[in-house]
Design a protein around this ligand. Structure first.
Ligand SMILES: [Zn+2]
Length: 260
């Protein structure tokens, strides 16, 4: 009987080795963040199957259990500054499911946005055909680079819609030619003014709040809100693929759609 090299059986990695690998890869200790990066909920000491997703929601946890995962790696974990700390309601449900199934929950927030090649901003930019030549904003999270030659705001909006599967909210600026494009995934609408100060003619992020529309009209720089969830699907997938390749772990990305 012929046995393919892939039938050696699953690779097993010590959880602590996986966490150390990710901490170093993502330079997690370098960031001031809104919640703990790294291991948030301890499960099995040995890891075989990793599921990645954007948010540690109940739906993702249940999907990971169905997938037979022992480890979940997300961008948005369970614990954030400002929470009241009680394990009730949705928090109880999510934790109960993780603990009952002995699943590790690993979360990387800003380190996963920022990584120069595997992060959300790098991967999102790559899919949109954008190359950064500089960084801006708090902890250098924002990416900025030259606009592809002749790119119009309309064409950029179309590119976003095609690549991401949803039409962006577009606030036009003063109609200037796009020379510099800045982007920062997720809820980075508050970085719009920093992007403009860094020289952006247009800024892409996940969400829009009320002030950004006025800011676009009054400064002349355009603004695109492309979806918080939609813009943050890419980094965790890239990191999942990286650990699958580097460590030999089984990896599946599970997208739990979110209209936000
Ligand atoms: Zn986010």
């Amino acid at each position: 009987m012929w046995t393919s090299p892939n039938e050696k059986g699953p690779v097993v990695v010590e959880r602590e080795a996986l966490v150390s690998h990710l901490q170093a890869l993502l330079e997690a200790d370098r960031f001031k963040d809104y919640g703990p990066n790294g291991l948030q909920v301890e499960g099995r000491a040995q890891v075989r199957t990793v599921v990645t997703g954007v948010t540690a929601s109940l739906a993702l946890i249940d999907a990971a259990i169905a997938e037979g995962a022992d480890t979940i790696l997300v961008h948005h974990g369970l614990f954030w500054r400002g929470q009241d700390g009680r394990v009730t309601g949705w928090m109880k449900q999510r934790l109960a499911r993780l603990l009952a199934n002995d699943i590790n929950l690993l979360a990387y927030h800003l380190p996963l946005d920022a990584h120069a090649s595997l992060g959300n901003n790098a991967q999102w930019g790559q899919r949109l055909g954008l190359v950064a030549d500089a960084r801006f904003g708090d902890q250098n999270l924002g990416f900025i680079g030259p606009a592809p030659a002749g790119l119009t705001l309309e064409a950029l909006g179309d590119r976003v819609a095609q690549t991401m599967g949803r039409a962006p909210v577009v606030v036009e600026g003063d109609g200037r030619p796009l020379r510099r494009v800045a982007w920062c995934s997720g809820g980075a609408q508050g970085y719009f003014e920093q992007a403009i100060a860094a020289g952006a003619d247009v800024f892409l992020t996940g969400e829009i709040s009320e002030p950004q529309a006025h800011c676009a009209r009054e400064t002349g720089a355009a603004f695109l809100a492309c979806g918080h969830h939609a813009s943050e699907r890419y980094g965790v997938q890239a990191v999942g693929e990286h650990i699958a390749t580097q460590l030999g772990l089984a990896h599946t990305f599970i997208d739990v759609p979110n209209p936000a």
